[in-house]
Design a protein. Structure first.
Length: 357
């Protein structure tokens, strides 16, 4: 039987993916009984941070449960998990662009290469970005971080003794945050954000050891987050003038990094508090979203092309009907690429690894 605590992670993952869709789809002003409830859907950035924390938990959990900790197995599993659905999305993005333009479109080879090498970020919101996201799909920024988190985790787990891992991560992420104040760029940004991903790792350790989630158990690591938040607050003060060059300063440098870490800090302790309350109301609020979890990654990376910027159903005049059909098609497509296509490849991968151990 599937562990209920793991099912909670599945439910949060499914919810976060669908929430990001609503974040991009719904207007900022939605009035219900005279009250603007649109602000409830303005936290898509925070949903991505939840993905990072969940990812840290899942990777640590699967790493400890796996008897084969070889580079080949780890790399192949992570590579196929990220790239198989992603390449499908790139193909769909290009096909839809050709359809919209009525002819063969520019495939944007340079940007495509930057995204395949996992060097992308939102170039309009952060300084010193190496490559923009492919065909304006903003959510792809998080995939480059995710990929390098995987690689950093593998390197540290192979090279550093388990008893010293937390110390090394603390030092590494704080140094990255210090350097970020002086010169923000892709490498120190990813290393700094690794501190958020590591929250999930720490939670996974507590879970695997059968310990309780308490403030004491996370106290030492919370100090690391506080130091980084303090450094990013200084960075915001020093570079506040940068907000003037962005149309939406609250989601851009130097504010967005501070916003992400503050939310991660809140999420850390909110999880502990909710656990103490025995997850009261969790199932009623989030339980249904566990059914989206198996293809939540597909939802996350496809909704820009299949829902937000979609035009293939423009012959339908009813906006609600059209968006509903867009979402249903996105669900179907995401299920196919993640559960069917990737699922079959994953089975073949397991057979290959068993044969070649």
């Amino acid at each position: 039987m599937k562990n209920k605590k793991i099912e909670k992670l599945e439910a949060i993952r499914g919810f976060a993916a669908f929430y990001v869709v609503l974040f991009h789809l719904l207007p900022q002003k939605i009035f219900l009984f005279g009250i603007n409830v649109g602000f409830l859907f303005r936290f898509g950035s925070e949903a991505v941070i939840m993905f990072f924390i969940l990812s840290g938990f899942v990777i640590k959990y699967s790493w400890e449960k796996s008897p084969d900790k070889s580079f080949k197995k780890y790399f192949l599993r992570r590579f196929l998990r990220i790239y198989i659905p992603l390449i499908c999305i790139f193909l769909v993005a290009y096909i839809l662009k050709c359809y919209a333009e009525g002819s063969l479109a520019d495939p944007e080879w340079k940007t495509l290469l930057g995204n395949l090498l996992m060097l992308q970020d939102v170039i309009s919101l952060k300084p010193n970005v190496i490559s923009p996201v492919y065909m304006a799909n903003g959510v792809l920024w998080s995939l480059s971080y995710e990929w390098w988190f995987y690689m950093i985790f593998l390197f540290l787990s192979k090279k550093i003794a388990p008893s010293k891992l937390h110390i090394w991560v603390s030092i590494l992420t704080i140094i990255a945050a210090i350097s970020y104040v002086f010169y923000p760029f892709f490498i120190n940004r990813v290393l700094m954000y690794f501190a958020i991903w590591w929250i999930g790792v720490r939670f996974a350790e507590i879970y695997l050891n059968g310990e309780n989630y308490t403030f004491t158990s996370m106290k030492n690591y919370s100090y690391v987050l506080i130091v980084i938040i303090a450094l990013l607050s200084i960075n915001l003060y020093i570079n506040f003038g940068y907000t003037k060059i962005y149309e939406y300063p609250l989601v851009a440098y130097p504010f967005i990094e501070l916003r992400h870490f503050v939310f991660a800090f809140i999420a850390l302790f909110a999880g502990i508090i909710w656990n103490r309350l025995n997850w009261f109301g969790f199932h009623e609020i989030f339980g249904v979203f566990k059914y989206l979890a198996p293809f939540s990654y597909g939802i996350y990376i496809s909704h820009h092309y299949l829902v937000i910027e979609a035009t293939y159903l423009d012959f339908i005049n009813n906006v609600i009907l059209k968006n509903t059909l867009y979402i249903l098609f996105m669900f179907l497509f995401s299920y196919i690429i993640e559960v069917v296509i990737y699922g079959q490849i994953r089975k073949k991968l397991k057979s290959y690894l068993l044969i070649n151990v």
